[in-house]
Structures are given as C-alpha cells and as structure tokens.
Design a protein around this ligand. Structure first.
Ligand code: ZN
Length: 366
C-alpha cells in the first residue's frame, strides 16, 4: 500500500477519531514489514530526545520511520510536545519520517487501541520502523508497550527510588535497557541495580543529546529476535454472557425481570433453542429453552437439570484464539461458525476449561 504523507496524516486522524470507515479500511490493508519498537520510561529520562536521535540514525541508514508519541499529559501541558515535534517535522521536511502525537481521550483503554491501530496503519503503509514512545506510568502504557516487538526501557542516573516506583509492570517488559544521560553521575549504580534485580537483557548507555550510543542501540533494536506482531493491544477477552439452561422461559423470566433486567427474545433454529438475552452491566445473561428433544439444551436438561450451561468470552480475534487453543491441545467442539447476530463462535469442552462449557465469540463490525 502506498500512501503519500498527506493521505497518511488524514487516515491517522480518522483512526484517532475512531471513524468507522477508516477502521473498516484498516482491516482490508495488507500487512507490512515494520519493526515496532516501544520506547518507555519515566518522565525526565530524555525519551523524546532519544527517539529523535534513533529516528535520525535510522534515516541515515535509509530506513523509513514513524514516530507515535503517546502523551497522556499533553492536554494539560497545552501540547508542548506536539508543537516541538511538528517543528522538527517541518524543519526536516523529510517524507521518510512521519510523526504523530497521540493524546489521550480520557476513555480507559482508548489511547491504547488508537495507538495500536495507527501503528498497524504505519506498518501497512510500508514504514520500516514504527517507534512508539510512552511515559511508563499507566496501565494503558504498559499495554501499548506490549504492542511492540522490541521494548526499550529508558532509565537515567540519579533516579533513586524512582527505579523502584516504575518497576511494577514496566521493567518486566524490557528487552533492552537504556541508561540515558550516561555522563551524569550514578550511571554505574543504575547498571549495578539492574544486575542486582536479576535483569539480564542488554544495557546500553547513551547520551541522546550528542548521539552517543545511538548506533549501538539501533543495532540492538534491529538485531534482537522480535515477538510476533499483534495489533490487539488492550483488547483482552471480556465476559460476554452466561448461558443458563431452563425448562421454560415463561417460568424463569419473571424472576430476572423482577430484579429489573429486561429481556430480548430470539429463536436460534440451528441450535434448536429459544433465547432470552438480559443485559447486565457489560455482560448478559442468556436463558436457553429447548425447542426440540434433540436440542443440545434438551439433552443437558435431561442429564443435569436446569442450571449454568456455559460461559461466553468475547475475543478480538477468534481465528487467532482457536489457533492457540488447538496448539495447546484444548478440546474444541466445533470449527468456528456464524451465529444469528453475524458473530462467529466456537465451543470448548469442559475437560479443557476446568469444568464448564466455554463459548468463545467474536463480534464482527459490519
Ligand atoms: Zn451462549
């Protein structure tokens, strides 16, 4: 896929705005060959300077680069970061580099999803490297770092107790540690501390403002074996519904309705059931009444009586989940098939799940 910079900028904005057409066309793009590199660390570690130095080094090697700077504070600081970056981009006027500041929208997980989608767009647009820069403080940012194939955690001398503070979550995802501002006092101590904590990944000292250590860092970032690419960041399985086998909807529904739940009825001929769906928070209850003696629900009622029949998890990518389950030897009861609402689903045998029939479903956006 070939994009000029303007088209790419337009599409990026549309994806950030969660425009349904842009998101749908994202699904139709062929994957590229980009290496996605996460760069994270506490505020003040000099990440932006480091990322700019990395980008410059990669450009000098003829590589195309996208920089996605995720700044959860940019709203409050009036977008200083964004301003700087745009100036840099204008100054260089280099079509081989694309820079975008991703500002948070306040919706939990929203920035992680948008960043993953924009990174995917940059991959499809043929960039060689996608550098995703985050401040390593929040859960979203840990999720974003999880999107990267190689994650660089940037530390600085003199952080004192800060190294303890950021340790939870962020330190563990590091593939490479950078000790930036390595000319400052205390660089040795940071390195010793990393060894003492048992981290064994490469440690590179840099002085980003002077470009020192940057070629070594580019070498490591390019040579490290990378994780499989995923764009599913922050999109983990969710509880979708609990399926309850009942002898009669007419007899069972009033109880749930008396709790204030409302039912949406439908027939599912292929499963020979009559269904009442009752939204309850983010999940639903699914009451199932058999419509024929050979319905799976009829057989369940005969054997076990009314009760919990299955639980259903919604997954972002059913085909990927099925591949993982098959590889792990889980017992699937069917190949993915399409249900009434256009969603696809698969059942996993209770022997593989700890004793309950599990339904995995994927909703499809039209
Ligand atoms: Zn179900």
């Amino acid at each position: 896929m070939n994009f000029d910079t303007r088209a790419l900028a337009r599409m990026t904005t549309a994806i950030e705005n969660r425009d349904p057409h842009a998101l749908a066309s994202l699904d139709s793009l062929a994957p590229g060959h980009a290496r996605v590199v996460g760069i994270t660390g506490p505020p003040g570690a000099g990440k932006s300077t480091l990322v700019d130095a990395l980008a410059r080094e990669l450009r000098s090697r003829g590589k195309t680069v996208a920089i996605l700077a995720v700044d959860p504070t940019s709203r409050r600081t009036g977008g200083a970061l964004l301003g700087d970056r745009i100036r840099m981009q204008d100054h260089h006027a280099d079509p081989g580099i694309f820079i975008r500041s991703m500002a948070t929208r306040g919706e939990p997980g929203g920035i992680a999803r948008a960043t993953a989608d924009v990174a995917r767009l940059m991959d499809a647009a043929g960039k060689d490297y996608v550098l995703v820069e985050t401040v390593g403080v929040g859960q979203d940012e840990i999720a974003i770092a999880g999107l990267a194939q190689v994650t660089v955690v940037v530390l600085v001398p003199g952080m004192g107790d800060d190294i303890q503070a950021i340790k939870a979550g962020i330190m563990e995802i590091a593939d490479i540690f950078v000790i930036n501002k390595a000319d400052h006092q205390g660089a040795d101590r940071v390195e010793l501390e990393l060894h003492a904590e048992g981290f064994s990944c490469p440690i590179i000292r840099t002085i980003a403002t002077e470009g020192q250590g940057i070629p070594e860092l580019v070498g490591q970032v390019s040579d490290l074996p990378s994780r499989k690419k995923t764009w599913q960041v922050g999109n983990l399985p969710h509880l979708d519904h609990l399926g309850i086998a009942v002898n009669s909807l007419a007899d069972s529904l009033p109880f749930y309705q008396s709790l204030g739940l409302t039912a949406h009825r439908e027939s599912v001929p292929q499963e020979k059931v009559e269904v009442a769906m009752l939204p309850a928070g983010d999940a639903r209850l699914e009451l199932l009444e058999p419509t024929a003696p050979d319905s799976p629900i009829a057989k369940f009622l005969e054997k076990r009586g009314p009760g919990l029949h299955h639980i259903a998890l919604r997954v972002p990518d059913l085909a990927a989940a099925v591949a993982v389950l098959k590889a792990s030897g889980a017992r699937l009861l069917n190949e993915p098939r399409t249900g009434a609402g256009g969603h696809t689903y698969v059942f996993v045998h209770p022997a593989s799940t700890g004793g309950v029939l599990l339904e995995l479903i994927q909703e499809h956006s039209q």
